[in-house]
Ligand binder design. Structure first.
Ligand code: ZN
Length: 315
């Protein structure tokens, strides 16, 4: 298993009180050290995503917009300065670097999977990505890292179909937007509904699987709906590689939403993902961190996810 992370992802600053804060990733890394996971799985440093990789998923206009924000004179002069890209999404001096590292980690992991260097990858990065649409940053996300990774995989001559499985509590509107007319990428997203971002959840295609969940939904009903919606679709699609948007904000402790999952539900869905990968994808799974805003729920859920994602030989 390969674990990608970079301390420069901690330097993407946000205003005081913003939920998507550097302390999230710091807590995850401290916890993975404390529980011994990092002893068994050394951290790898990602490269920054290249323009050619980013521009498979995003318009040139979007990349230019983000670069223009990043080269704002105030940001360049003062590392405490921040500018809003949308009402929820901010950039500081090192945000562009952090976003390129977050996407680059997924790209590096895709290369690792395709070349056979490993079967499992986790990217402990921020900012998250799944709300970023082809033409727009939103919802704490600048570049859609998982979409960039999926399109990098498809650029390989050996990969024709992939699946993105998104269990973040918020709908993966950006991922749906980018793949609306690309049936090579099946997108399965479970999400609280109605809830933010309330976009793109009604785009109907055979390769887009939306699993809306009412506020208050707990593990039993979550598992029932995932099995009913995702498993037949994945059997039909037979993805050669599986990408995971791993957000842990459907946890019952999370302050941004009202679902009631617990760590055992993340163990369950990770096992389901691994068994699907073993069935169709030569065991190949890459997972990247999206949301999760209660530090205790986040760190324990990530530990559970990784314990079940790592191949048995290294557990
Ligand atoms: Zn989320």
């Amino acid at each position: 298993m390969h674990l990608y992370t970079d301390t420069r992802c901690l330097e993407h600053r946000v205003p005081n009180g913003h939920p998507e804060r550097p302390e999230r990733l710091a807590a995850v890394l401290n916890h993975l050290k404390a529980c011994g996971f990092i002893d068994d799985h050394p951290m790898l440093a990602p490269e920054q995503a290249k323009d050619v990789d980013i521009q498979r998923a995003h318009s040139l206009a979007h990349v230019k917009d983000i670069t223009t924000f990043a080269t704002n004179d105030n940001l360049e002069a003062d590392k405490t300065s921040m500018v809003p890209v949308d009402p929820d999404t901010w950039m500081s001096q090192h945000s562009l670097t952090a976003a390129r590292l977050a996407a680059g980690a997924v790209c590096n992991g895709i290369d690792d999977l395709i070349s056979g260097r490993t079967q499992r990858v986790f990217c402990a990065v921020r900012p998250p990505g799944h709300h970023a649409e082809r033409d727009a940053a939103m919802g704490f996300c600048l570049f859609n890292s998982i979409a960039i990774g999926a399109l990098k995989a498809l650029a390989s001559p050996t990969i024709e179909r992939v699946a993105i499985l998104d269990f973040d509590v918020h709908h993966g509107n950006g991922t749906v937007d980018i793949f609306t007319d690309n049936p090579a990428v099946m997108v399965c997203s479970s999400f609280q509904h109605p809830h933010y971002p309330n976009r793109k959840f009604d785009v109907r295609r055979d390769h887009l699987i939306h699993t809306p969940l009412a506020a208050g939904t707990a593990g039993t009903e979550f598992r029932r709906q995932i099995e009913a919606d995702w498993l037949p679709a994945l059997e039909r699609h037979a993805p050669e590689l599986i990408l995971v948007s791993a957000g842990f904000d459907a946890h019952q402790r999370d302050p941004l939403a009202q679902l009631n999952l617990v760590e055992d539900d993340y163990a369950w869905i990770t096992d389901l993902i691994v068994s699907t990968a073993n069935q169709y994808s030569e065991g190949r799974v890459i997972s990247t961190l999206e949301g999760g805003y209660d530090l205790q729920a986040l760190t324990q859920s990530v530990e559970t996810h990784l314990a079940h994602l790592a191949p048995a030989v290294s557990r």
